[in-house]
Design a protein around this ligand. Structure first.
Ligand SMILES: *Cc1c(COP(=O)(O)O)cnc(C)c1O
Length: 389
């Protein structure tokens, strides 16, 4: 992976339709329109007959959104991609494109909590069963797969950061003709490229690293033209959770700095994780980059990880003493954030994924942002000192 990205050459739809029309602006325009008009009857009917692909209505196709989709597809090594209004709409639209009542999904345990809740509410009501397996146990995965329609992966998993051998798991599913999906939000395409590992469809919460500035909620799914086409033909237009041109434009801006941001998050988070590991008040650090080798398939690590305090640290005092780390969900932007495990465990959401998630009440999830490692470490060290004993 090079230090920079050269993604703009493949923005074919914009290039085909907008040559010379954007004043040679170095930043692409936001095509902020709901509909596109036709020159004449013949052009309109050619489009309706499918002889000519062009934007008609922004719920189906918008050039700014398309530009983001093409860039993301290229980054993931995929043939195609579709942008969504959120990571969750990318997940729900993808899953609903491949299962019907009576079908079964196999999912790795500890998936993103709202994915778990989607599976336990809407899918359950539609008589779609989800079986959870420990993705680290390849034999358990192999036993669970026969008869399933979809295999839903996430690696590393949210919070406890279990890592899986994605290539091995994908091959097990492929041998049974099961479509595989992975949530790749944590690693981003900079550190994990699941298509090359044999996964069929790659989902991102673009609200996290792809956007990278904590100002967008969006999602995307990438894969082969055939599988993405299935999502594009029904779930995308009819469920209607489209990505907006302005947010696509912010994502295009985010992608430009993705490699350097990811490397900065990696360096800073590893530095902090190693120091936490040595700290007498810390029991365990859950960070996939602390072993001698990176887990298979991962070429780097991002800024999100968790750790567990030993007994005797007051989490309320710890959280309230922090100056740079703010209390807040989500991650992937400039800001460093924490979420205390005991707050997640207190949540009333049903089904409550916190237990299924393996969250310890003494754990803290950290997102290490871009503020500077030494300042962040001083902040953490002071807060631990103020809340211990
Ligand atoms: C945030 C997140 C999602 C959901 O994405 P939204 O953009 O918030 O809908 C899905 N997966 C993971 C791993 C996430 O962190």
């Amino acid at each position: 992976m090079s230090d920079g990205l050269d993604l703009f050459d493949k923005a074919s739809l914009i290039a085909a339709h907008d040559e010379g029309h954007a004043f040679d602006a170095v930043v692409p325009p936001i095509v902020q329109t709901s509909l596109f008009t036709f020159k004449d009857y013949d052009e309109m009917i050619a489009c309706y007959l499918g002889e000519h692909v062009r934007p008609v209505y922004s719920r189906g196709l918008n050039p700014t959104v398309r530009m983001f989709e093409e860039m993301l597809a290229k980054l993931e090594g995929a043939e195609d991609a579709i942008g969504f209004a959120s990571g969750m709409s990318a997940i729900s639209s993808t899953v609903l494109s491949f299962v019907e009542p009576g079908d079964r999904i196999v999912a790795v345990r500890h998936v993103y909590p709202d994915a778990f809740r989607l599976f336990g509410t809407h899918l359950r009501r539609m008589r779609i069963e989800v079986t959870y397996v420990d993705g680290r146990d390849e034999e358990a995965v192999a036993r669970a797969l026969p008869g399933a329609k979809l295999f839903y992966m996430e690696s590393p998993t949210s919070w406890v950061m279990d890592t899986h051998d994605v290539a091995v798991l994908a091959a097990l599913a492929r041998a049974k003709g099961i479509v595989t999906v992975i949530d790749n939000s944590w690693a981003s395409p900079i550190f994990q490229q699941p298509i090359a590992l044999g996964v069929d469809l790659v989902i991102h919460s673009a609200s996290k690293y792809l956007g990278g500035h904590s100002d967008v909620v969006a999602g995307v799914v990438a894969g082969s033209s055939d599988l993405v086409g299935r999502i594009r033909s029904e779930a995308y237009p009819y469920l209607g959770a489209k990505l907006s041109p302005f947010e696509a434009w912010l994502l295009i801006r985010g992608l430009r700095t993705l490699p350097i941001r990811m490397k900065a998050h990696e360096r800073s988070a590893l530095g902090i994780a190693r120091r936490l590991q040595e700290h007498p008040s810390v029991e365990t650090v859950c960070h996939p980059g602390l072993g001698n080798h990176l887990p298979p398939g991962l070429s780097g690590t991002s800024g999100l990880f968790s750790f567990i305090f030993r007994e005797g640290v007051d989490l309320r005092r710890f959280a309230d003493h922090l100056q740079l780390f703010k209390l807040g969900v989500s991650w992937g932007g400039h800001e460093s954030l924490i979420v205390p495990g005991e707050i997640v465990l207190a949540q009333k959401a049903q089904p409550n994924s916190a237990v299924a998630f393996g969250i310890s009440p003494r754990s803290v999830r950290l997102h290490v942002g871009l503020e500077g490692t030494e300042a962040l470490w001083s902040d953490l060290e002071a807060a631990i000192a103020a809340s211990s004993g």
